[in-house]
Write a protein that binds this ligand. Structure first.
Ligand code: NAI
Length: 349
């Protein structure tokens, strides 16, 4: 059987380690590329049967056309979100598959870690005690027990997060366009509309995909509806939040704290070391000045278990397509829904 050539973009040492451990070299050749996929770098994939890309590799129309001309047949996302792919541009040209779930626990646990650290100011206490400062002045938090959390999106990750928050003794409100009454009853959560979540939540945590409908759903108008001092946690996608509006909310005190694992303009910065450089993104730089903002660099997924699952599923996706013509985790081109059951019939809308 012909070797399947895969151009692996945005490859980091930990990607190589995990993928090489799973790929025993039998039939799949991974060509690791440190660059992001973009119109400027797409030529690097010439001769590849498939591409393996991550959250900040962009498949624009221009990239899709170039890939098609170069003969690529498959884009294998090694992540769950697919907002970085122009699905209309790849339609009938290149199939797109993803890893629908690798560890909802990893992401939800990280979201909870952001919340706990911000509330009890562990990120500040760490530096104080290392510096011999044992004062606790300014470190006061609040009991999560008895407070209200709003979970936006009750898919795989949102459900785990809801369970963790219930474990803290919180009242959990949830919003999802497809509410699941069985889940609500079993977990003790209550579905409500977004205005109710905004009005009543002490903690708001985002676990929905980024779609055209919810771009910047957290904006000046919705922040104005929120409870004063609300903690906003975002491990979903950066563009769910209008960052300038968030900064306004932080300055006015309407937003009590923000835990962000994702950022609107993260593509240029996240996953890279800029510790010796000047940050020329003034919005990101301003965010980093707040004592009540904790930013992590899209690392919520980053556990041993999740990485192993990502490598196994991605390689299985590639093999399934080239060896058997199967697309177990294909994203529907027509409706963009990764869970669309009717994509094979072409009758999804
Ligand atoms: P999922 O597909 O299992 O669940 C998503 C849920 O959001 C579904 O129940 C869906 O009905 C709901 N939803 C869709 N549009 C919505 C809207 N406008 N408002 C509220 N809910 C809406 O996805 P999963 O695995 O739970 O992941 C959620 C998101 O988390 C991903 O789309 C991705 O953007 C992000 N993610 C972030 C990671 C990180 O490392 N920071 C890692 C993995 C995922």
């Amino acid at each position: 059987m012909k070797t399947i050539k895969v151009a692996f973009f945005d490859a980091k040492p930990y990607d190589r380690e995990t993928f090489d451990a799973v790929n025993r070299g039998d039939g799949v050749e991974l060509k690791y590329v440190a660059l992001h996929l973009s119109p400027d770098t797409v030529h690097v994939a010439a001769g590849a049967d498939a591409l393996c890309i991550f959250v900040n590799d962009l498949v624009t129309r221009e990239v899709a056309e170039a890939l098609h001309a170069q003969g690529a047949k498959l884009i294998a996302l090694r992540c769950a979100g697919y907002n970085n792919v122009d699905l209309k541009a790849v339609y009938q040209r290149i199939h797109v598959v993803r890893v629908p779930a690798y560890s909802p626990y990893a992401v939800a646990e990280h979201a909870a870690a952001l919340l706990l650290a911000l509330n009890r100011k562990t990120h500040k206490a760490y530096f104080r005690t290392r510096d011999g400062n044992f004062s606790i002045h300014g470190l006061m938090g609040f009991d999560l027990h008895g407070k209200t959390a709003g979970v936006v999106g009750t898919g795989k990750i949102g459900r785990v997060m809801a369970g963790l928050l219930r474990g803290f003794g919180m009242r959990v409100l949830a919003f999802d366009p497809f509410p699941d009454a069985v889940f609500a009853q079993a977990s003790g959560c209550t579905y409500a509309d977004l205005p109710t979540l905004y009005r009543e939540s002490d903690v708001l945590t985002l676990h929905c995909p980024l779609t055209p409908e919810n771009v910047r759903m957290i904006n000046a108008e919705t922040i104005a509806q929120m409870k004063r001092g609300v903690f906003i946690i975002n491990t979903g996608r950066g563009k769910l939040i209008d960052t300038r509006a968030l900064i306004g909310g932080l300055k006015s005190g309407r937003v009590g704290a923000a835990g962000l694992d994702v950022y609107e303009e993260e593509t240029d910065y996240f996953f890279e070391d800029f510790s010796s450089a000047v940050i020329d993104d003034d919005v990101l730089a301003r965010l980093l000045t707040f004592p009540n903002v904790l930013i992590t660099s899209h690392q919520a997924f980053f556990t041993r278990e999740a990485m192993a699952n990502i490598a196994q599923t991605t390689l299985a996706n590639i093999r399934a397509f080239f060896e058997r013509g199967e697309l177990p985790h294909e994203i529907c081109y027509r409706c963009g829904d990764a869970t669309c059951q009717r994509k094979a019939s072409g009758k999804c809308f």
